[in-house]
Write a protein that binds this ligand. Structure first.
Ligand SMILES: Nc1nc2c(ncn2[C@@H]2O[C@H](COP(=O)(O)OP(=O)(O)O)[C@@H](O)[C@H]2O)c(=O)[nH]1
Ligand SMILES: [Mg+2]
Ligand SMILES: [Zn+2]
Length: 438
């Protein structure tokens, strides 16, 4: 293992081999490129004329920063294959990958923002772990979605998260092997022990980073994954897939809800303006499975080893179909310790109830999921804890679904993340395993 001097002179171990979270190229740590911080050194062979120069350094200052040809100390690093920026934490932390997939308007963007917000709170309060941006600039889009919903000074302000663009803020365009391709933007976070954690003095034993991938639902429509847009290739290599299924877009779910709900997504007469997927969600799951099977060359009877979590979104709108209107948090304090442990068993109990409901209403979803992965869990979440309302008409007379920021109250949005890590055996928090999994 090589070492790197850090400003506080601690020597940090660097992993000999790294995996790029953009293009999945594996490379030796000494091939890492640095990104020039001199405003005049612009132009990159893969990213175009306006990108900062990437270079292989041969001079460093005492703090470990690379020196560019204009003598600027440079801290940011990039992959030697796609030239896209990667956080420095990837040099020394072990990593997990989680892909988030779902039909257009299934609630991915709201879920992701609520999940990040809840993880920050729950990780710190319950598990003495910090959950922070590995590189704030790379997580810009989610940071802005989180602050729209949760950092608003005016609790009465109506807010909404824009529709995710297919190209643009969550995909990066680069050039590999002479071909222009777009790659999914990883949102990368680091988790490390805080004061009170039993391993606070041995952070290297427990700290890790996690890469999350959000996708515009359109990328999962049949035929959308072309060679030049391998935007969903991360799926096959992920430690877990969270497939978001939106019951408010399913006719049988809607019909089963006998009590009326004040949510335009559940009411055909109010919901004329509501954005929804043109393709049934089961088709999107099937398409995703086909892609993973192709990438991994799985034989027809072979099951995928990584966990698949079916996240049933917008629970606030259909919770009348379950007997658990109020969830208990699936973690409990550990005796004589300041931190809690996550209960896989409790989540599996809820999962069984949801599985039965799905078998009644959408049996195809259960059979498709369970013939694909040997480890499927069903978790219901609500990113907002309440229904949206129509905001004022815009210039074209169209009204957006919006939420009052002070009323947003997420339900269980951090649980799929904890469960994915527990099932993938990549522990970031203490876990109480169920008997069958010990
Ligand atoms: N009732 C309810 N509606 C939600 C919730 N989360 C999102 N929505 C609505 O679902 C719509 C689509 O959500 P979005 O996150 O943009 O979907 P995406 O296209 O999958 O990213 C938005 O207009 C929201 O109003 C939720 O937890 N409960
Ligand atoms: Mg979105
Ligand atoms: Zn790369």
């Amino acid at each position: 293992m090589s070492t790197l001097d850090t400003p506080d002179r601690n020597r940090i171990k660097i992993k000999p081999q790294l995996l790029c979270p953009h293009c999945w190229h594996e490379f030796a740590a000494d091939q890492v490129l640095f990104i020039s911080e001199s405003p005049e050194l612009l132009g990159d062979s893969k990213l175009g004329d306006t990108a900062s120069l990437r270079f292989l350094p041969f001079r460093f200052d005492v703090s470990g920063a690379a020196i560019d040809s204009h003598k600027y100390p440079c801290h940011k690093i990039a992959c030697p294959n796609c030239h896209l920026q990667i956080p420095r934490s990837l040099l020394h932390l072990s990593n997990s990958f989680i892909s988030i997939v779902g039909a257009p308007a299934s609630g991915k963007s709201y879920f992701l923002a609520s999940m990040i917000w809840q993880l920050r709170k729950t990780m710190a309060r319950g598990f003495c772990m910090s959950f922070a941006d590995a590189e704030p600039e790379m997580n810009r889009r989610i940071r802005s979605d989180v602050s729209k919903q949760f950092d608003n000074d005016d609790p009465d302000k109506l807010v909404y998260i824009d529709k995710t663009q297919v190209e643009g803020d969550i995909y990066n365009v680069t050039n590999i092997g002479g071909q222009v391709i777009s790659l999914a933007q990883p949102f990368i976070y680091t988790m490390s022990p805080m004061p009170g954690h039993p391993l606070q003095n041995k952070p290297e034993r427990i700290s890790r980073s996690v890469c999350l991938y959000d996708n515009a639902g359109e990328s999962f429509l049949p035929g959308a994954d072309k060679v030049t847009q391998p935007v969903t290739r991360h799926l096959a290599t992920s430690d877990a897939i969270l497939f978001l299924f939106d019951p408010t877009q399913n006719l049988r779910f809607k019909r089963a809800c006998k009590q009326s709900v004040n949510d335009p997504q559940m009411n055909p007469e109010l919901g004329v303006d509501v954005r929804k997927s043109d393709v049934p969600q089961e088709i999107i799951l099937t398409e995703m499975i086909t892609r993973v099977r192709d990438h991994l060359r799985l034989s027809p009877n072979e099951k995928h080893k990584s966990p698949l979590i079916i996240v049933l979104t917008k629970f606030d709108a259909w919770q009348q179909l379950t007997n658990f209107s109020h969830y208990h948090n699936p973690w409990e304090p550990v005796q004589n310790m300041a931190i809690s442990a996550y209960s896989v068993k409790r989540v599996e109990e809820y999962s069984q109830i949801l599985r039965k409901l799905l078998l009644d209403l959408i049996p195809d979803l259960v059979s498709t999921a369970e013939t694909f992965s040997e480890n499927v869990t069903y978790i219901a979440v609500s990113a907002t804890g309440r229904p949206p309302e129509f905001g004022p008409p815009d210039n074209e007379g169209k009204r957006q679904l919006m939420f009052r920021s002070g009323e947003i109250n997420p339900v269980w949005t951090e649980v799929p993340f904890f469960h994915a890590h527990a099932q993938a055996r990549k522990y970031c928090i203490p876990v109480l395993l169920s008997k069958s999994k010990k």
